[in-house]
Design a protein around this ligand. Structure first.
Ligand SMILES: [Cu+2]
Length: 469
């Protein structure tokens, strides 16, 4: 295995070369192989689409960061002419890259015409920093966050969380990645630099002039097209190398079933809460709103000129195209073990709680009340939480304040999936299912949330406050 120094030089050199490769591939797309042009010339298939280079959001540090939520014009691929709501004029917002041990100092500025607050989904923070809806700030106001980053490496994310407005604000463009790194992950020498790429995948609907358009629906927003990193019909020029994709389902309500068009497997190495114990090779992976995936895709056996589609088998969508653009030889290995994960034990369970996700707006028969504490949880106690529903699923269940371990699913799909091992903060509950998790709040006392992450359900009240004491 190459030393860290060699690796850094590799990354730097490859980054320079990759930038050239990407430009060359772009030229190919625009001049030679642009499907829309060949359609016009040769009356080719009507399904041909123009593909645009995948946008990679800029990376920022969480120290002294200002994030402004405001309307702006974004470029979905064909030019900066789509109205959206953005963080720092970008959709998605900048990727916040932090290391365990850093301190985040972030000022949120509300430049929207309505109240907002930002939640750091997956980040372990005290309740003043959790973006609870009671902390929403009025237009023109600010909220100041400061919190230590004291958790394992993972892909987390940030998005608004104001009461009854979350679905609209996220859907209009407000979301971004929040990546945490640590020494354990570094020691694995996973693909990095230009070979580690965030993919925020979501659906969207555009109005006649190409602006993002949100219409709430009690069954959940159902967008007409997909965006990856805010790019419509994207492509990514890749090397013959091993890639690490950090994937977030940023949809309000849509579940994706990812597959590669050539049938090649994803090598799943992590999920919401970071690395799994060991990699899993999978040809399809389901991902619900707010769930994350850490996957390796191996293009080392590919030929320059090959094209591989990332597909969603549920909607039958082509999400993005990988275009193999340059031949390289970069040292990379797929570790056989990733992380040691200590399991919460059923024998330590001191309380069992049931959560019934009722209709489209209630948990245990109650619509959310921002000022009501629905239950109290002792700090440090292992608990078994049982999620079930009688209908109107899927409900992606999300808990703030701690990660959990999924231990069983009965009814419905009646099994657990490889992407549900390790640590999770969101788990998919389908009709007729009982999903049991073990959870322990050990970082902070305070008021946190459990809710359905189908954002239309959340906004209608499928949410509850609890207090860790
Ligand atoms: Cu729901």
């Amino acid at each position: 295995m190459s030393s860290m120094k060699d690796r850094a030089e590799f990354d730097r050199r490859d980054f320079v070369r990759l930038a050239g490769g990407a430009a060359a591939a772009t030229g190919l797309a625009w001049i030679g192989l642009d499907p829309s042009r060949s359609t016009a010339l040769a009356a080719g298939p009507k399904t041909a689409v123009t593909r645009y280079p995948l946008r990679i959001p800029p990376v920022v540090s969480p120290g002294n960061l200002t994030l402004t939520e405001a309307p702006s014009l974004v470029d979905l691929g064909g030019g900066a002419n789509s109205k959206a709501w953005t963080y720092n004029s970008m959709m998605p917002g900048p990727t916040i890259a932090a290391r365990r041990g850093d301190v985040a100092t972030i000022e949120l500025v509300n430049g929207l015409p309505e109240e907002t607050i930002t939640h750091w989904h997956g980040m372990l923070v005290d309740d003043l920093n959790d973006g609870h809806p009671r902390f929403a700030v009025a237009p023109g106001d600010r909220y100041f966050y400061q919190f230590p980053i004291a958790q394992r490496a993972a892909l987390n994310w940030y998005h608004p969380h104001p009461h009854m407005l979350t679905g609209k604000q996220v859907n209009l463009g407000l979301a971004g990645a929040f990546v945490v790194k640590d020494d354990e992950e570094d020691a694995l020498h996973l693909p990095s630099g230009p070979y580690e790429i965030p993919l925020i995948v979501r659906d969207a609907t555009l109005d006649k002039t190409g602006n993002l358009q949100y219409r709430s629906s009690s069954g959940g927003f159902d967008g007409k097209l997909s965006l990856v990193n805010g790019t419509r019909n994207p492509f990514l020029a890749v090397d013959t190398a091993l890639y690490r994709f950090r994937v977030l389902n940023g949809s309000n309500a849509r579940i994706f079933r990812f597959a590669l068009g050539n049938g090649a497997p994803f090598i799943l190495i992590g999920n919401d809460g970071g690395l799994l114990r060991a990699p899993a090779s999978l040809t399809t992976i389901d991902v619900a709103p707010a769930e994350r995936l850490d996957v390796l895709v191996d293009f080392r056996g590919a030929q320059v000129g090959d094209r591989v589609m990332l597909r969603d088998l549920l909607a039958g969508w082509d999400l993005m195209e990988f275009r193999v653009a340059s031949q390289v030889s970069v040292a990379a290995t797929i570790p056989s073990t990733l992380s040691s994960i200590s399991m919460l034990s059923a024998s330590d369970v001191q309380a069992v709680r049931d959560f019934s996700f009722d209709g489209m707006s209630k948990i245990n028969g109650q619509v959310y009340d921002m000022n009501r504490i629905d239950f109290r949880v002792p700090l440090g106690q292992v608990e078994r939480w049982r999620f079930h529903t009688n209908g109107n699923a899927p409900h992606p269940v999300h808990v703030h304040g701690a990660s959990f371990q999924v231990v069983s699913r009965t009814g419905g799909r009646a099994r657990l999936f490889p992407w549900e091992t390790g640590w999770k903060d969101t788990v998919l509950l389908n009709d007729g299912e009982l999903v049991e998790v073990l959870i322990r709040f050990e970082a902070y006392r305070g008021i946190y949330l459990i809710h359905c992450h189908k954002l239309e359900h959340e906004d209608m009240g499928m949410m509850a406050n609890f207090e860790v004491y």
